[in-house]
Design a binder for this molecule. Sequence first.
Ligand SMILES: Cc1cc2nc3c(=O)[nH]c(=O)nc-3n(C[C@H](O)[C@H](O)[C@H](O)COP(=O)(O)OP(=O)(O)OC[C@H]3O[C@@H](n4cnc5c(N)ncnc54)[C@H](O)[C@@H]3O)c2cc1C
Length: 374
Amino acid sequence: MNGYDVILIGGGLAGLTAAIHLAQNGRAVCLIEKAKYPHHKVCGEYVSNEVVPYLQSLGVSLSENSVVIDSLQLSTVTGQHLELNLPLGGFGISRYAFDHLLFQRARQLGVEFVFEAATSITFHENSFECIAATGKKYQAEIVIGAFGKRSQLDKKLKRDFMNRKSSWLGVKCHYEYSDLPNNRVALHNFQGGYGGLSRTETGAVNFCYLASYESFKRYKNIDCFNTGVVRQNPFLDRFLAEAKPVFDAPLSIAQISFEEKKPIENHIIMCGDAAGLIHPLCGNGMAMAIHSAKIASERILQYFDEESYDRARLEFDYETAWKAAFTKRLSTGRRLQAVLLNESISKIAMATVAKSSWLLKKLIAQTHGKPLIC
Ligand SMILES: Cc1cc2nc3c(=O)[nH]c(=O)nc-3n(C[C@H](O)[C@H](O)[C@H](O)COP(=O)(O)OP(=O)(O)OC[C@H]3O[C@@H](n4cnc5c(N)ncnc54)[C@H](O)[C@@H]3O)c2cc1C
């Protein structure tokens, strides 16, 4: 049996950030992650700048590993389009590089890594026991659940959202393509979904899209769907005709759920997508994952440092702060999703947004946070 202050389950952005924050402040931390680094993930790979000061305070510097992005292009199914400067901007970096960078920083700070799937988490007499796939047991006073949008653990924990239909799938591939300005993230709409184009640190362009099952199920595979639906957008048609894939085959994930989740479950502090996933259209999920790790870490440190700050207070404070930071953004994201799922409303809404940079700026402000103060 191994005892730690904190165990993190899942080493994506939320888990790695919290591990770094806690280890940097002297806590004994173990992170259980099922896949070794580095690895690619389905993600748009555009990160909002709101997290930069916080990451710098954790000793993570992104400047030499990423591409500055400060302009957005948006197009409708028929190619009506709009360009605007992004008020706060962001950067392009592959998840392959980003997660690996954080992993290296966490290891430098002494975080212990276990590369196995966690299969169970139980809470008993004010402490947790986590069991990994090989049967090895790990104990800690606090557990952070950072296992992403959908995990076997959600089923084990009988989380409500697992009983509801998840009607989206995501596809991603890197391409060689010269005709995209380095500083641009492009968001192109197609029937039943939308795709983002942005450059990563390797110079490759990431094309990642989200499509509803309703739209996808009429086609045999990704190639047929691309031809029949995605390429109806003239920008994406040109991109897919000219760009050269870097991967052997695109990566894909299914059953993506944007349903409400609880930020605390069985005393586990949920971070990142495990607490709630915002629609990728908002380009903000990674920043939210990192931000939630900050909220959790600050309160966990208080729990260890102040005698009167007990578990009930920790859980209450985390849930309150999480809701204050994210509830409004998530509900705006859900409203956008409802619009996108309705074909005729979606056409009108996208055409309206594509004509008005004022409206688009307002939407961006509603779904993004301010730079995180350290
Ligand atoms: C199609 C799509 C495009 C997106 N585009 C963008 C974008 O451009 N910009 C943006 O900011 N956000 C985007 N997002 C959202 C963003 O990807 C997520 O919000 C972000 O990855 C959340 O980080 P996380 O750490 O919570 O989860 P993840 O990064 O998913 O990490 C979870 C980790 O948990 C591990 N894990 C799961 N189960 C177990 C287990 N039982 N035991 C051990 N480990 C486990 C997984 O292996 C994984 O490494 C997009 C999402 C989708 C679906």
